[in-house]
Write a protein that binds this ligand. Structure first.
Ligand SMILES: [Zn+2]
Ligand SMILES: [Zn+2]
Length: 768
């Protein structure tokens, strides 16, 4: 038996470190090189740089890396940038908590300084994990959304759109998070079914009688301006058109018939107050009611609440209910589950407050946005619906101003005399709260005093510029013209309504077209039982120890093979351990083949032609899948091919010939191994490269994906079931007759249909 070229007796995790060192010395392997082929630009999601990376994100980014690697091996010059999204409330909250001091009590300059300090202290642990996982983004040139240059870029895009008249200032009710102290966009809201109390409250009617409304927000009674009932609700027909008196607070509320009232909820009658939900907001506008502000920005009742003024919302709710009960206004109290809007960051209930904000127009563009959503190719295709549904569900324009500090400043000044909002020239980073106004005089009234805007952008205003940034809009015109729309946006499903939607909106407003040719949406990483994984719920598997215990390739292989594209994946250590068995199998087969010196071509026998025909089918299926950003098919098909077909059947059939140095067998063994390594390289880059380097020299990552071999008789695959059935039958017969596999067996002959494989099959089984 000749000596295998592959030295290690088995796949060893230490090899991953060794390969990482080699890659570090060969940066050109993954670098963007326009000479390599057509350019392919990927708009990689810029993660928030937390101290560690959620294991679901590690798998998600691994899937994205597989797409990038596959595109490189399909002959593209892949630009695979990396950014870190460091603006925002996350870092602000960390600083607030650490110093026990809420944002608005800080000196702004000092607070920003502390945020910078904190964010650099968090460091770039996730970039280290990305490197360790074999991800091939351009980590050396990582961009930061909180850098002066990126903020200037984001402001520049804002100024363009501002000058086109796409932003307006409005005082209108919108989502407001009391605990974050800021306005929110619809995309910042999540809904959860929470236990709540539905209170049935009797409102006296003029001329006698009463109407009973049901509400979960009795503290909003002082802001009640109308009562609605469904036009077909027979219970309340006689109340319609009458005026009701708001219990305890006085005030008149006209009872109106309105289709928005839900006959199946509570008493069927609802109070319309400013503001309990979006229905209230809509009806105040539609019915031209006069709103009052009952809750302030701190989450306390205002003076219209009379005796309850100054109380926190929850305190007021309890107290109002108690007093209503004492005064006999409560008909009944019901415990219900109520769909409650929460702030996505603080997970606290949001209020609907009327406040002044800058809005980016979006509602009037829903039709063209739908159209460009249809022009992008989604992988998998069903995920497009998430974007379409979101576009359809929008009810307000995008409020983009936030009362926060560690964000990109809104680059506007206001004329001190006439109040006109003025935008500077794009290109510089502006901080209007501290910088001098870059204007001589107001074009409207010639005044020379200006007041800087002190609010900042919603962070999605920054990250939605990423597609323009990575295609070098305004940085390199020729490159931009050629590469916008970007080729691929890969991302998780949970940020379709934010990152994908806002990027699409920005692209439409600045360029009038789609931002991407292809959108690849991967699923979420859940725990083994299908629940979200959080530190607080005790089901969290930190990424670092998982990588240390099982290696990057095992986690990557798990991520690729576990679920179909777009489906959520359940992360379990058992399954990751199982993925490692496949690497062991690949290693063992490669090691066996590595004992035979590779040769360029040989004279093929029928068995060789048969496996090459099967290989062609595999190559064709895997290439097609990679084009679709689908790593599920290559990972699973290669495993089935290796484990169930190539190793047990073909390798056993030709072993004897290979030992004799038969060039057909040796050539074919290497042809299959090389193609398998190339097909698996995007998924398990460490193991495949280690094998390739030792057996063939060079790196497998400098190779292209294999192509179909010409001149192979594809029709031989029709015989596969017969070959495998025959082999199984002989194995079973030996087992039944307790004959060791390597010993001869008599009474069995190769059937007519497999005559062309007769020699190989006879020697394989030692048919007597
Ligand atoms: Zn919040
Ligand atoms: Zn002016």
């Amino acid at each position: 038996m000749p000596e295998p070229r592959l030295k290690g007796k088995q796949w060893d995790l230490a090899f991953e470190r060794e390969i990482l060192d080699l890659w570090a010395k060969e940066p050109e392997l993954y670098a963007f090189n326009p000479d390599r082929g057509p350019t392919y630009v990927i708009d990689t999601p810029p993660p928030y740089p937390s101290g560690e990376w959620h294991p679901g994100a590690v798998v998600g980014y691994s899937l994205i890396d597989m797409s990038a690697r596959a595109q490189r091996m399909l002959g593209k010059a892949v630009l695979f940038p990396m950014g870190l999204d460091r603006n925002g409330i996350n870092i602000e909250r960390t600083v607030e908590k650490k110093y026990h001091k809420p944002l608005h009590e800080w000196d702004r300059e000092e607070f920003i300084e502390k945020c910078r300090e904190e964010i650099s202290g968090i460091g770039e642990g996730i970039l280290g994990i990305a490197r360790r996982m074999g991800m091939t983004m351009d980590l050396a040139n990582t961009y930061y959304t909180d850098s002066d240059v990126y903020r200037a870029y984001s402001q520049g895009i804002f100024i363009d759109l501002f000058n086109k008249g796409l932003f307006y200032r409005g005082e209108r009710p919108t989502f407001y998070c009391v605990s974050c102290g800021t306005t929110l966009a619809e995309a910042d809201i999540l809904y959860e079914e929470l236990p709540s109390t539905l209170v049935w409250i009797r409102f006296p009617l003029e001329g006698g009688g009463s109407v009973t409304i049901a509400t979960t927000r009795p503290e909003l009674l002082p802001a009640c301006r109308a009562v609605i009932v469904h036009p077909e609700d027979a219970r309340w027909t006689t109340a319609v058109g009458k005026t009701a008196t708001v219990p305890m607070f006085g005030g008149a509320a006209l009872v109106r018939a309105h289709p928005e009232a839900r006959m199946d909820f509570g008493s069927g009658a609802a109070m319309i107050c400013s503001y309990g939900d979006m229905v209230d907001v809509r009806l105040f506008r539609e019915l031209q009611l006069d709103p009052v502000k009952a809750i302030d920005e701190e989450g306390r009742m205002t003076k219209v609440a009379g005796a309850y003024a100054g109380l926190l919302v929850e305190e007021a709710r309890a107290k109002v209910l108690k007093d209503l009960e004492a005064q006999g206004f409560v008909e009944k109290v019901e415990a219900i589950e109520h769909k409650t809007p929460l702030c996505e960051r603080s997970r606290t209930p949001v209020e609907f407050l009327s406040s002044e904000a800058w809005y980016l127009k979006q509602l009037e563009f829903r039709e063209p946005l739908r159209k460009i959503a249809m022009e992008m190719t989604f992988h998998p295709p069903r995920q497009r619906q998430l974007l379409l549904d979101w576009i359809d569900s929008l009810t307000i324009d995008w409020p983009v101003s936030r009362n926060r500090y560690y964000h990109t400043e809104i680059p506007l000044w206001y004329c001190g005399k006439c109040g006109l909002a003025l935008a500077p020239k794009p290109g510089k980073y502006y901080r209007p709260w501290k910088d001098p106004a870059p204007f001589e005089e107001c074009p409207n009234c010639a005044a020379t005093e200006f007041v800087g805007e002190d609010r900042v952008f919603d962070t999605w205003m920054d990250s939605s510029c990423s597609a323009l940034w990575v295609t070098r809009y305004r940085i390199d015109n020729a490159f931009f013209e050629e590469n916008f729309p970007a080729h691929l946006r890969p991302q998780g499903r949970e940020i379709v309504r934010t990152w994908l939607y806002y990027t699409t909106l920005k692209s439409y407003l600045t360029q009038g077209k789609k931002p991407f040719h292809h959108v690849f949406i991967h699923g979420l990483g859940l725990d083994a039982r299908g629940r979200a994984m959080h530190r607080t719920t005790g089901n969290y598997l930190p990424a670092d120890p998982l990588i240390e215990a099982h290696g990057a390739d095992a986690i990557r292989y798990f991520g690729a093979s576990e679920t179909g594209p777009g489906d959520d994946f359940r992360i379990s250590e058992d399954k990751i351990g199982g993925a490692r068995k496949f690497l062991t199998k690949l290693w063992n087969v490669a090691r066996f083949i590595s004992a035979f010196p590779p040769i360029p071509a040989g004279k093929l026998k029928a068995s060789d032609e048969w496996i090459l025909a099967e290989l062609n089918a595999l190559v064709s299926e895997c290439r097609g899948a990679y084009e679709e950003h689908n790593a599920y098919i290559p990972s699973n098909r290669c495993r089935e091919f290796l484990w169930n077909r190539f190793a047990p059947h073909y390798v056993e059939m030709v072993k004897a010939r290979a030992y004799e140095g038969d060039d057909g067998a040796v050539y074919t063994l290497h042809a299959v191994l090389q193609d398998l390594l190339r097909l698996l390289a995007p998924i398990v880059p460490f193991c495949t490269d280690k094998i390739w380097r030792e057996v063939y020299g060079g790196s497998v990552h400098g190779e292209l994906l294999p192509s179909i071999r010409a001149g192979v008789r594809e029709e031989l695959t029709a015989l596969t079931p017969d070959i495998e059935a025959f082999n199984s039958m002989v194995w079973q017969a030996k087992k039944d007759r307790t004959i060791p596999l390597g010993q001869p067996i008599d009474g069995i002959s190769v059937p007519e249909s497999l005559k062309r494989f007769g020699d190989d099959l006879t020697r394989m089984h030692r048919l007597a």
